[in-house]
Design a protein around this ligand. Sequence first.
Ligand code: GLU
Length: 503
Amino acid sequence: MTPVRVRFAPSPTGPLHIGGVRTALYNYLLAKKTGGTMILRIEDTDQTRFVPGAEEYIKEALEWIGITLDESPWHGGPHAPYRQSERKPMYMQYAMQLLESGNAYYAFDTSEELDEMRTRLEAAKVPDPKYNSISRMEMKNSITMPEDEVKAWLEAGKPYVIRLKVPRKEEVRINDLIRGWVMVHSSTLDDKVLMKSDGMPTYHLANVVDDYLMKITHVIRGEEWLPSAPTHVLLYKFLGWETSMPQFAHLPLLLKPDGNGKLSKRDGDMGGYPVFPIEWNDKATGAVFMGFRESGYLPEATLNFLSLLGWNPGTQEEIFSMEKLIETFTVERIGKSGSKFDIQKAKWFNQEYLKMMPNETMAAFLAAELKKKGVELESSKLVRICALLKERVMFLKDLPNEATYFYQTPTSYDAELWAAKWNDEAKLVATEWKKALETETNFVAEQIKHHIHDITEKNGIKMGKVMQAMRLAMTGVGAGPDLMQIIEIIGKVETLKRLGNVV
Ligand code: GLU
């Protein structure tokens, strides 16, 4: 079997959408699973859409999520260069080959003439006006013009493009690994431009030529490229490369959270969630687009979330590390239908990964964050705080805030809860508890609890009735992990101070 060679081929026209990261991931998984090669190629033939910084963004986003590349513009490789703009001189010979075999032609039409054609066809009620086997006969090209005139125009340096000569009646068949056989009639295709007047190839020609030259075995890409696939299949055929044509797999769309339509970059803005892997600052407009990274998602959680948007392992299992994905992934288990972008699920994954994070790792993060606030706590305490809070935070960045009462005496108390819970019984218990704790030499959760248990029992008060008031007095808030543990960590001196503040 020929070794698998896959490529991720983004265009640097803006920030890489999270769907693009999923495409890169599925390519990567297939490569790693089979011991194959993962290539990144920058498709920058459309210079008018080039956005500065986009390439660096792609690199950083892939690194963040843990996708490594074997060949790329940044790592080099046997098929360098990996930027299409740098490969410009390589494409013309293939366009010439197509011209010579009669599968492409020169077209000299100006943009006004192309507009006129469109208007003419629209007026004639042609449903989908295009430059094709019928309309080309009315246009200025090497099919309609006498040979010597074409030669003269070329010699005179008249601007021209080279177009694919799509056959009039032909069934184009694509065996897609996800969709099965897709049949398209050539009459629905247009004579795509292959070479532009500036001497740059278009996406279609460059993509096919490079996939061939780079010995790509599988093209895994978004469903939005399925309509281009028949053109690509024709190109492989006309260039005589049919036997080395890669296998295609067109990935299902990512849908809006409610399932209605394709996920767009505006959905994120409106819904307040990221649709980009990392933050993107649009230099042209000053707009900032949220990233998963900056929103607090761990790369492992983002990866796990993305892996299941379109692929499923065939079991109920949901937690997948990169290693496990490589082991389990198969293209056959990629679904045909679109996947809802359920951000709640992404949050759930983040929480799961936080739970799995070692307390020490979390504590190191917390220590660094607290240091910024001028707070220092013993590391053993930090580890315990993290053990208590890890189930309660959705994002790592919420941790310092969630931990406030461990390092700050409450200056205010939840007013509504205070009004509902702070009563004479609570005050009595707090007073007695403080007294008992003053003389306690073994200041541990068990002992602390033992005292309040005794006090409530002695006074005929149900412990459950005053516990929230005690929590309020100690932390200022109505919810949190086990109070006795909190008190033990806070320590005797500070506990007495806090109880003293309310009685
Ligand atoms: N350059 C195309 C893109 O921006 C690549 C499509 C393909 O993978 O063929 O997505």
